[in-house]
Ligand binder design. Structure first.
Ligand code: GCV
Length: 720
């Protein structure tokens, strides 16, 4: 740590001035660019921005010496130096002179009792405040916790890097208090111990290779920094389809090395566990959760982990799902299984995320009453109140499986006495696998804002998962991230907007999608107005464009579900036990999920939502085929028939995908060549794939319906 004493404000200006020259002659955005820095590039400031910040203090006063505060100071110093060329001096616990004062609220009160934010900071919140301390103008960065102080540093740096308006970062007026919306802001990685990542499109695991933890954890440490910068506080390292060996002593030892590189960033590590571990790796003859030997086994394993990793977060469990063993083997419930593990973790303050993704994938498709969408609610609603307080039920946003459009899972409103977290998928499994552009924040916003109308009162999903509606002690958001060794983390530079957006929404679900993508674009590509306008416009359209050529009207993503979850393959969903049916035949299309004539799924929602979806007159077009089976000639609210909508949306979508390429070309010379060419190639590829999708789905729909396209693009109109 640097401990030099003083540098004058003049030097600040001068060094900043030198940085300007540099910025004019060699802007970072035209330098070699791998995308590895993601949104933490800290490019040299442009002259206007530099002018705004030149009055900032040149000294940091650190109120404490915790690991996290040291990280916060180092991040601040490094970024300021990178952006301005100026080295900050660091002092400890001194309060003399103009300074950036960095610490917790507790430390700050000890320094000056009259300084307090408008609302008491709790947990990981922070306060950025310009104030006089002992007569000197200071900028305070205070956290409710050490981690909150780190978040405050990242927030300030983001403002500077985005070159926000002078008013927003004016030293004399700054006063911003932020509190995270949800306590749980976690990511899951689906990394296998052999280094492959299930549904990962950014290369092999940054944690594991050849059955071991990697010896070089540089990337893991960089990932923790990225996560911390957007307020993520937990990361599950391995696939929910977990290998039992992860709990062996030797492996725990290895995992502790990952925890060591995550700790300075305040990101807790956790592990996915296999429920059959007590038998498969522990040598018992059972894994029955009600057997006392099994309880003791989990207790001992938890103890072994916490001895090595005192800040370990907890376990994630996938059981009785897609071939995984679970409590049903012994006639036990998910509550029995979750609680036996929760009780082992409880003395150490760990939590269990028990996934609600429990369903039968051998459903009889002949039976029109069968419905996979009902599974989560059917399995978990009857157990409401039976889970211990350190259990969190992790619920996918929709009732099927991360399709391009689904209604929200009714289970989100179906647990009043149980903690819950919503699981969102950042990695684009069903949404183009990072080869198609699909910015998911607009979709997640719709999900989080959806009002479940519980007991006839407003109950948006964001409030349900955070625990506000039913006054639960904890809850939040979990995102399946699956970054990998690819230099740009996710395989595509533009896909990183989804990871950024997830973190920002977990921190504040009320942020507008436009604001999130504007922030991300400025941090990732700089603030050139043409660049910002073009990238934000493309990203904001991308989900709807992808939807329009892959899965319109709520029919699900019409992809090959038996293979790669990527190519068009609508027939693969039908006539098998997986239950992702569209029930498309020569008469009509869609799943009848009404209570009266269908599967009864709609009955799982609170009454007002039931009414919305049950009524053909009110059901929104974009979910029509999720809830109703209708003839192809059925008239939508838009005035089109279902079949004409399918044709039109596929042609529109493919056209818009082609337009993305044209829009992108306007950026030639305005961003670095590497990313310009990489993204252009991706968009050109996507435009071609959109045509493949368009033709495959339109021909399939024509073959089934026999109804030609009014515009003569699909099939042959016998009348002409
Ligand atoms: C990790 C889907 C995916 C699987 C995934 C599963 C889950 O079915 O295709 O790869 O398994 O969801 O979320 O458990």
């Amino acid at each position: 740590m640097k401990t030099t004493s003083s540098t004058s404000a003049t030097l600040w200006v001068e060094v900043w001035g030198a940085a300007l020259v540099c910025a004019l002659t060699f802007p970072r955005s035209l330098a070699a660019e791998t995308g590895a820095d993601a949104w933490l590039r800290y490019s040299k400031l442009n002259p206007q921005a530099a002018e705004v910040y030149r009055r900032f203090p040149d000294k940091v006063v650190l109120l404490g010496d915790s690991l996290l505060l040291q990280t916060a100071e180092q991040e601040l110093s490094r970024a300021v130096e990178q952006m301005s060329g100026r080295a900050l001096q660091v002092e400890r616990n001194s309060s003399a002179g103009k300074a950036i004062v960095l610490g917790t609220m507790k430390d700050l009160r000890a320094l000056s009792s009259r300084l307090h934010p408008p609302h008491e900071l709790s947990g990981d919140g922070y306060w950025l405040k310009s104030a006089k301390i002992h007569g000197a103008e200071c900028l305070i960065i205070a956290g409710g916790t050490d981690r909150g102080a780190l978040y405050g540093v990242f927030a300030l740096l983001s403002k500077i890097a985005r070159a926000e308006s002078p008013a927003a970062v004016d030293l004399a007026t700054m006063d911003e208090e932020q509190q995270p919306y949800a306590a749980v802001r976690w990511v899951n990685q689906w990394d296998n111990l052999d280094g492959r990542i299930e549904r990962g499109y950014g290369g092999p695991s940054i944690f594991f290779a050849d059955g071991k933890v990697r010896s070089d954890l540089t990337r893991a440490s960089q990932y923790a920094r990225l996560l911390a910068s957007i307020g993520i506080n937990g990361c599950t390292l391995n696939n929910v389809n977990a290998a039992p060996g992860i709990l062996e002593d030797g492996f725990i030892e290895q995992v502790s090395r990952i925890a060591d590189v995550f700790r300075p960033w305040g990101v807790e590590v956790s592990l996915s566990v296999d429920l059959s571990s007590p038998k498969v790796m522990g040598g018992l003859d059972t894994f029955d959760p009600l057997d006392s030997r099994v309880a003791e086994w989990w207790r001992k394993r938890a103890g072994a982990i916490y001895r090595r990793i005192p800040d370990f977060g907890g376990f994630v469990v996938k059981a009785d799902s897609e071939g995984r063993l679970g409590p049903s083997t012994y006639g036990r419930t998910p509550a029995d299984a979750a609680n036996v593990i929760a009780r082992a973790l409880q003395p150490h303050h760990g939590v269990v995320f028990y996934r609600a993704f429990v369903y039968n994938h051998h459903l009889d498709w002949h039976d029109l009453k069968n419905d996979r969408a009902k599974a989560a609610y059917d399995n978990f609603h009857p157990l409401d109140g039976a889970f211990d307080d350190n259990v969190i039920i992790q619920i996918k946003n929709g009732p099927i499986d991360f399709q391009v459009r689904e209604p929200v899972s009714p289970l989100l409103a179906g647990l009043r006495r149980t903690n819950e977290a919503i699981e969102l998928q950042i990695t684009q499994e069903y949404t183009g696998q990072q080869r198609h552009l699909c910015f998911l924040v607009p979709m997640w916003k719709e999900v989080l804002d959806f009002d479940m109308r519980v007991d006839a009162h407003a109950a948006p999903v964001k409030d349900l998962v955070e625990g506000r509606v039913f006054r639960r002690p904890t809850g939040g958001l979990v995102g399946v991230a699956n970054v990998g060794m690819a230099a740009n983390w996710m395989g595509s530079p533009l896909a990183m907007a989804n990871l950024y957006g997830f973190g920002r929404l977990a921190w504040d679900p009320d942020l507008r999608g436009e604001k999130i993508i504007d922030e991300w674009t400025r941090l990732t590509f700089g603030s050139n107005p043409l660049v910002v306008k073009t990238i934000t416009a493309i990203e904001l359209r991308s989900w709807q464009v992808y939807e329009s050529y892959t899965g319109p009207l709520g029919a699900g993503t019409l992809t090959n579900i038996l293979g790669n979850h990527y190519d068009p393959g609508p027939e693969s969903s039908e006539e098998n036990g997986w239950g992702q049916w569209h029930r498309a035949d020569h008469q009509g299309i869609g799943m009848d999920r009404t209570v009266e004539t269908g599967t009864g799924y709609i009955g799982q929602y609170p009454p007002e939502v039931q009414k919305l979806y049950a009524s053909l007159a009110r059901c929104p077009d974009e979910l029509l085929l999720f809830f109703h089976h209708v003839p192809y000639s059925y008239g939508l609210h838009s005035g089109k028939t279902v079949i004409q909508h399918v044709y039109d949306s596929h042609y529109d979508g493919a056209d818009q995908a082609r337009d993305f390429t044209a829009q992108w070309k306007a950026l030639a010379g305005h961003i670095d060549d590497e990313r310009y060419r990489d993204i252009l190639a991706r968009l050109e590829y996507q435009a071609g794939e959109a045509v493949v999708w368009r033709d495959a789905i339109c021909n399939w729909a024509f073959r089934l319906s026999g109804i030609p396209d009014e515009k003569g693009r699909v099939g042959i109109d016998p009348a002409k």
